[in-house]
Design a protein around this ligand. Structure first.
Ligand code: XIL
Length: 388
């Protein structure tokens, strides 16, 4: 029962806080308020030792797993040290921005592949795989979208977009996030689908259509349905998990060319409503449909954790290790990507900044590209993972 043991260890981390502080301080720490009483976790029994600093991509590869990260062209171009670390650590690259609609389509009639091509070449030059993200998403639509796309022409725009982009990169892409975040139980539809512009214009079948067009133009790529906010044992995430299962079952039963599920995995360091058994069951259910699974956007928000750097890094690392240990237990999981490599460039600094103004620390490398405990945690999870 390795998973149960892990939860116990995570709880032990918080308990060890309790031995250093009062119960009240634990509650304060969990609620995200700074407390003078919180001390570092140096005394904690838990360690994040690794035998050697073998790069993550190699450790993962030993187990038949691909490790990589999201990155942007501007970052690689302006920071040679980052480019070197990226090439050393990553076996797969996914553009954080460059293949989204708003980047690719400056005007309704023009595609600009410059930045995406640069990243594809960087990946190729350094012997990395290349991932596509994402062909259909309700966010990251260009400013012109609203005034131009409507019920009458939506299908033409969707099909033309997917066909053009997948054809352009055909043969170069390991996997495409064909549709991203199409569920939203909060929108109160009986199928749990999000009331996105695509759904409003085309109905639920836009999802199947998207996969069919992608498969036709790039038969080699693994075609992925990618989604978010489903990792925890809370009613909203439970509802998302069942909406996703329903969607995947429907797609499979109709013979849709879908090959994998992407679990984004934007985690919270303070969140303890993590239920390994339920997540494990969900992953097994997905796998039983004949689908592979990719962890596509892993990071750990430290917004609600105390200021103390050591403590914060320990909790973030524990979150990584506990989560990955559960997820990698499922052999259908073939890849793990973090959403960035270095804290300096994480989207979390804008999306979920700390209220005390301190820099966020959600990723495996710090701002100077030094590996943190989170790096050790990921390495340890790979080292312990069963072989695929
Ligand atoms: C984010 C990027 O990291 C940000 O820089 C951008 O402004 C917004 O999008 N889920 C996804 C990713 O699928 O595309 C998002 O990326 C993060 C959440």
């Amino acid at each position: 029962m390795p998973n149960r043991k892990l939860v116990t260890r995570r709880q032990a981390l918080w308990l060890s806080l309790g031995t250093l502080t009062s119960i009240g301080a634990i509650a304060t720490a969990k609620a995200g308020y700074e407390s003078q009483q919180i001390e570092s976790l140096d005394n904690s029994k838990r360690n994040f030792k690794v035998a050697a600093y073998t790069p993550l991509k190699k450790r993962a590869a030993t187990k038949g797993i691909i490790y990589g990260a999201a990155i942007r062209r501007d970052l690689l171009q302006s920071n040679p040290k980052l480019a070197a670390s990226f090439a050393q650590q990553c076996g797969i690259l996914v553009p954080e921005w460059e293949l989204k609609w708003n980047f690719l389509r400056p005007t309704p009639n023009r595609f600009d592949f410059t930045a995406g091509d640069w990243l594809a070449k960087f990946a190729r030059t350094h012997g990395m795989l290349f991932r596509g993200h994402t062909l259909v998403w309700h966010e990251a639509l260009p400013p012109w979208f609203k005034g131009v796309v409507n019920r009458q022409n939506a299908e033409k725009f969707l099909v033309e977009h997917i066909a053009t982009v997948t054809k352009h990169y055909a043969g170069q892409v390991h996997s495409w996030d064909v549709v991203n975040e199409a569920t939203k139980p909060g929108d109160k539809r009986s199928d749990g689908l999000r009331n996105s512009p695509w759904l409003k214009f085309l109905g639920p079948d836009y999802i199947e259509l998207a996969f069919r067009v992608a498969a036709e133009k790039d038969p080699k790529a693994l075609l992925v349905y990618n989604d978010t906010e489903l990792e925890y044992d809370i009613p909203e995430h439970e509802a998302t998990r069942s909406a996703i299962l329903k969607l995947l079952e429907r797609l499979k039963s109709r013979g849709t060319p879908i090959h994998a599920f992407g679990i984004q995995s934007h985690l919270w360091g303070h969140e303890n409503r993590f239920n390994p058994k339920k997540l494990r069951k969900f992953l097994a259910d997905v796998a039983s449909l004949g689908l592979k699974i990719l962890v596509t956007e892993l990071d750990v928000r430290d917004k609600n954790l105390p200021k103390d750097l050591k403590l914060r890094d320990r909790v973030v690392a524990a979150t990584y290790e506990d989560y990955l240990s559960v997820v990698l237990d499922e052999k259908a999981v073939i890849a793990v990507l973090t959403w960035g490599l270095s804290d300096r460039d994480s989207w979390i600094s804008k999306y979920a900044p700390r209220s005390d103004g301190l820099a966020v620390r959600p990723l495996p490398f710090d701002s100077n590209l030094k590996p943190k405990l989170a790096w050790n945690a990921i390495a340890r999870a790979f080292d312990r993972a069963p072989k695929r």
